[in-house]
Design a protein around this ligand. Structure first.
Ligand SMILES: *[C@@H]1O[C@H](CO)[C@@H](O)[C@H](O)[C@H]1NC(C)=O
Ligand SMILES: *[C@@H]1O[C@H](CO)[C@@H](O)[C@H](O)[C@H]1NC(C)=O
Length: 296
């Protein structure tokens, strides 16, 4: 009896979860994939390393509800060789729920992209997640990880002036610590972000570098993205979110998610119906029905 009740409760929760999944609006803008990479080194499945990694990733998801940046260290048993480090950084304008959702999505993608890899890093539009057993926390790293430029607008001096004004704001220190910067001039918008483990001066140095390379590399393009290992700068003409690249993958994913949700919902509904009918039948015939006792 209590088993049946547990099963009913389980399916009911399951059903509710799927219902809410249905009605929640998709936040595909923050889920857009930017880049991902894994270390060559692999850990053996089922090893203590895997357990530590899972505990770090769980901490990351929980923490993302409360803050836009955090770091984690799980010390190794035998010195520093198997110490594991993890970090996440959400875009500075994301609230708890959106940040947590983005980070959960990034971790699920890391799970497929970096299966059994000792280290992995993944950047979505709205968040960055990285883990490794080599120290990277608090280390400024200006390696170029991703660089993309949109189509050239040709030489349009007004457009270029606005673009340069936006980039200048993103790359220049005003004396305060600003790890997240947004800027706009006319129809040109820009955004820049450091990972929170950099000091204000390291962040400023990283952003100056990113902005300089973006200006030099994307010349007269309508949009440009430059991601260094610990900071990035991006600009776009006609709205930051309407760049129109990499959106198809996302729609496919959403369709798949929706199909899966419908399937699971139907299975849960049928299961609920079966449980309900068995209660109903028992209620109708009380103790008369033989097959409950018959087997025992
Ligand atoms: C990371 O872990 C792997 C596998 O256990 C090990 O071979 C490697 O030396 C470790 N790297 C560091 C920097 O500790
Ligand atoms: C890591 O997080 C702790 C608090 O959780 C903080 O005190 C420390 O400064 C952080 N380290 C870096 C490098 O950000």
């Amino acid at each position: 009896m209590s088993l049946t009740r547990n099963i009913t409760a389980t399916f009911f929760v399951f059903f509710l979860v799927n219902l809410s999944f249905f009605t929640s609006p998709s936040s595909s803008a923050t889920d857009t994939f930017i880049y991902g990479g894994c270390s060559q080194l692999k850990f053996p499945p089922g090893s203590p390393y895997e357990m530590k990694l899972n505990s770090i990733l769980a901490s990351v998801v929980n923490s993302a509800m409360l803050t836009t940046y955090n770091n984690f260290t799980v010390p190794g048993s035998s010195g520093t060789a198997d110490t594991l480090y993890g970090v996440f950084q959400c875009r500075g304008d994301l609230s708890g729920n959106d940040c947590a959702q983005c980070v959960a999505r990034a971790i699920s993608q890391l799970g497929t992209l970096c299966l059994d890899a000792c280290g992995g890093a993944l950047q979505l539009d709205g968040c960055f997640v990285k883990y490794d057993n080599a120290t990277f926390l608090g280390v400024e790293d200006k390696t170029v990880v991703m660089k993309k430029c949109g189509p050239s607008i040709g030489y349009d001096s007004e457009g270029l002036t606005r673009r340069d004004a936006v980039l200048a704001y993103l790359g220049t220190s005003d004396g305060s610590s600003r790890p997240f910067r947004v800027s706009g001039a006319g129809n040109v918008q820009g955004v820049a972000q450091c990972v929170g483990d950099l000091s204000p001066s390291e962040c400023q140095d990283c952003l100056s570098d990113a902005v300089g390379q973006l200006r030099a590399g994307c010349g007269t393009s309508t949009w440009g993205d430059l991601f260094l290992a610990k900071c990035y700068a991006r600009y776009s003409e006609g709205g930051y979110h309407s760049q129109g690249h990499d959106h198809n993958d996302d729609d496919d994913d959403d369709d798949l998610d929706r199909t899966l949700a419908i399937l699971i919902g139907i299975i849960a509904a049928v299961a609920l119906l079966v449980v309900f009918l068995s209660y109903f039948r028992k209620y109708l015939c009380g103790d008369e029905c033989g097959d409950e006792k018959g087997g025992k």
